[in-house]
Design a protein around this ligand. Structure first.
Ligand code: MV4
Length: 443
């Protein structure tokens, strides 16, 4: 490849540009009118304005982005995460223009985007799924009968949802009846389909995901797991690898299962298989993310692999650069998503970053989308940087993170750094004892 268009913004656009330039590949950035001063725009070989600030007028304008890709004569488009990254139609129209979409093929994106179809596909492949309806519910009566069989609590999920959007926890029949119609109409408004299904709710669980890669010769490898149980309202806050909770036996089994899942669909490029793990270490497939994820640096820190480089090599038809036995996990890594947000009310806090100073040190990686003097606008995700720490042990990583965050200077905007410092001194967190409910209970 000679030239790649990055259909994204902020830290991930900058992250992709860095690898492209290391590989001698030219880059074309796109930017909205609100992003003209952003570091990634300056870092790219060339930048083209894609429209007005709102995402519907800029980063989601697939036709306009394709037009830019064609007129700039790029060989490929890297979609990053969010925006068009899991849009099967976009992947397909890119291919129709004979431009490479850096990701899996459109059919796989579509299959995994339908949570009922992906569940069924995995079940047939012998991958454990959570007990549930397994098909779209026709009526509230059907939902009640099945939920009584499965036993409450249950989760009502939109088949076209994902990532926590369009799902409701129902503790009993009354709650299910109350949520049924509103969940359906919300799903229709958000995703264009009102299909919903139910699953037994796995309580006090861990959210563990396995990074996998597939090439066009049918080889699949895993790059270990990430524990993403520390979330608030389905927004991940901290991710780490290895998971402090999994036993070696379960860990081996979860990798094998992830490989089985990826092989079942002939997966190519980077993907993540999400599992929910209960107290007894039973694990179940939840969904597959067909993109590079926000938390990919955790995997890069423990393996030394450049995931974006692998994505580009595979997209241009090369085999996986390493066999499974050559991929090693070393030490421990933890990522903190630094957001422009009010630490008390958890609401976005846009504004001008008047000061942004941190201490560079070995074992610390900062993937920032902004520099001192930049403005965080209200149009996009409020994440300003990812702080990733790597060390020999989990304890070492926790100490490094605490030292770093105490000395981090940010003025002009509020951030969630105080929340991180709270978490880092929490006994249960330090012991590695936490579930998806951790933040809702933290005081
Ligand atoms: C679940 C679950 C428990 N049981 N499904 C959230 C993200 C999406 N990928 C799937 N998610 C979940 N699905 C069943 N059947 C738990 C989660 C979940 C979660 C739920 C509530 C609060 C925080 C959570 C964090 C991670 C996963």
């Amino acid at each position: 490849m000679r030239k790649i268009l990055i259909a994204n913004r902020g830290e991930i656009a900058l992250r992709i540009i860095k690898t492209c330039h290391q590989m001698g590949i030219e880059t074309v950035a796109i930017y909205s009118e609100a992003d003209i001063e952003m570091p990634y725009v300056k870092a790219a070989s060339k930048a083209v304005c894609v429209g007005e600030p709102p995402v519907n007028k800029s980063y989601l304008q697939s036709d306009k982005i394709l037009e830019i890709a064609k007129s700039e004569q790029v060989d490929a488009i890297h979609p990053g995460y969010g925006f068009l990254s899991e849009n099967a139609d976009f992947a397909k129209s890119t291919k129709n223009e004979r431009i490479i979409f850096i990701g899996p093929d459109a059919e796989t994106i579509k299959l995994m985007g339908d949570k009922i179809v992906s569940r069924k596909t995995m079940e047939q492949a012998g991958v454990p799924v959570v007990p549930g309806s397994g098909y779209g519910l026709k009526s509230i009566e059907e939902a009640c009968i099945l939920s009584a069989q499965i036993e409450y609590p249950v989760m009502l999920k939109a088949s076209s949802g994902g990532g926590g959007i369009g799902m409701v926890l129902c503790e009993n029949e009354q709650a299910l009846i109350k949520s049924f119609a509103s969940t359906k109409s919300r799903a229709l408004a958000y995703f264009g389909s009102d299909e919903v299904f139910i699953e037994k709710y796995i309580a006090e669980a861990r959210h563990v995901e396995v990074q996998i890669f597939g090439d066009h010769e049918g080889n699949i490898v895993h790059l270990f797991e990430r524990d993403c149980s520390i979330q608030r309202r389905h927004q991940k806050v901290i991710e780490e690898s290895p998971s402090p909770f999994l036993s070696e036996g379960t860990r081996r089994k979860i990798y094998e299962t992830a490989l089985k899942a990826a092989k079942a669909v002939g997966y190519t490029n980077a993907g993540t298989i999400e599992f929910i793990v209960d107290e007894k270490e039973n694990f179940y497939f939840l969904e597959m993310n067909t993109r590079l994820q926000v938390e990919h640096p955790v995997t890069e820190m423990i393996t030394g692999v450049d995931l974006v480089e692998w994505q580009i090599l595979i997209a241009q038809g090369e085999p996986l650069p390493m066999q499974q036995s050559q991929i090693k996990s070393s030490g421990h890594a933890m990522e903190f998503r630094l957001n422009a947000e009010d630490p008390v009310r958890f609401l976005p806090s846009p504004g001008k970053i008047t000061k942004l100073v941190w201490n560079e040190m070995p074992g610390i990686r900062i993937d920032a989308g902004y520099q001192e003097g930049d403005t965080v606008t209200p149009y996009y995700d409020p994440m300003i940087a990812k702080c990733i720490f790597h060390g020999e042990t989990r304890k070492e990583v926790i100490n490094a993170a605490e030292g770093f965050l105490k000395n981090l200077q940010i003025d002009g905007i509020k951030t969630n750094a105080p929340l991180f410092l709270n978490i880092l001194v929490n006994d249960d967190f330090v012991k590695g004892i936490y579930t998806t409910n951790f933040l809702s209970k933290l005081r």
